[in-house]
Design a binder for this molecule. Structure first.
Ligand code: ADP
Length: 159
C-alpha cells in the first residue's frame, strides 16, 4: 500500500491544508495527517481539538487518517509505513527551509518529500493569519471548514 504523511501543526486546519490532503489522497492509497505535538508551543487549540477538527474536515475523502506524533518526522513515517512526505509550498519563502528539511530527512532515513504547489486561492493563507483575523472579529468562513469556524467562534466568544 502506498502511504504518504502530511505533517504540520494544523492550529487550526485551513482550506489550504485540505486542498493538499485532497490532492494527495488521489495520488496515494492512504494519507496520514500527522499532527506534531510540540511541548514548547501550546497553540490556540489542544492537539486533541485539532485532531477532532481534522477528522471531521477530512471524513469525506475516505482514505485520510489523522494521527499525532512527537519527535522525528522520519520515525513517525517509519512507524506508519509511509515512504513519502507531502508538503504544500505557498511561496519561494517556504522553499528555503523545506528544502533543507527534505534533504535532512532523506539523509536520515531515505524518506522522500513531494512538494505540491499550493492552490493560488490559498497561497497567502496560514493558520496564524486566520487566528489574527478572527481575534479582531473578521470573517474567515471562506478560508476554513465549517467545523473550524464554529470552534473559533466559541473560542473567541462570538456566538
Ligand atoms: P507549520 O508546519 O509551519 O506549523 P502548518 O502546520 O500550518 O504550518 O502547515 C503544515 C503544512 O501544510 C506546511 O508545512 C505546508 O506544507 C502546508 N500548508 C500550510 N498552509 C498551506 C496553504 N495555504 N496551502 C498549501 N499548503 C499549506
Amino acid at each position: 500500500m502506498r502511504r504518504a504523511v502530511c505533517p504540520g501543526s494544523f492550529d487550526p486546519v485551513t482550506n489550504g491544508h485540505l486542498d493538499i490532503f485532497g490532492r494527495a489522497s488521489r495520488l496515494f492509497d492512504e494519507v496520514i495527517v500527522g499532527v506534531l505535538i510540540n511541548q514548547s508551543k501550546s497553540g490556540l487549540f489542544s492537539v486533541e481539538e485539532r485532531m477532532e477538527m481534522l477528522r471531521e474536515a477530512t471524513a469525506a475523502y475516505g482514505n485520510v487518517r489523522v494521527e499525532s506524533f512527537q519527535g522525528l518526522l522520519v520515525d513517525f513515517c517509519r512507524d506508519q509505513h509511509a515512504a513519502v512526505i507531502v508538503k504544500g509550498l505557498r511561496a519561494v519563502s517556504d522553499f528555503d527551509y523545506e528544502l533543507k528539511m527534505a534533504q535532512m530527512n532523506i539523509g536520515l532515513s531515505g524518506v522522500e518529500t513531494l512538494f505540491m504547489p499550493t492552490n493560488p486561492l490559498y497561497s497567502f493563507l496560514s493558520s496564524s493569519l486566520v487566528k489574527d483575523v478572527v481575534k479582531w472579529g473578521g470573517d474567515v468562513s471562506a478560508y476554513v471548514p465549517d467545523v473550524v469556524v464554529d470552534r473559533l467562534q466559541s473560542r473567541f466568544g462570538q456566538d
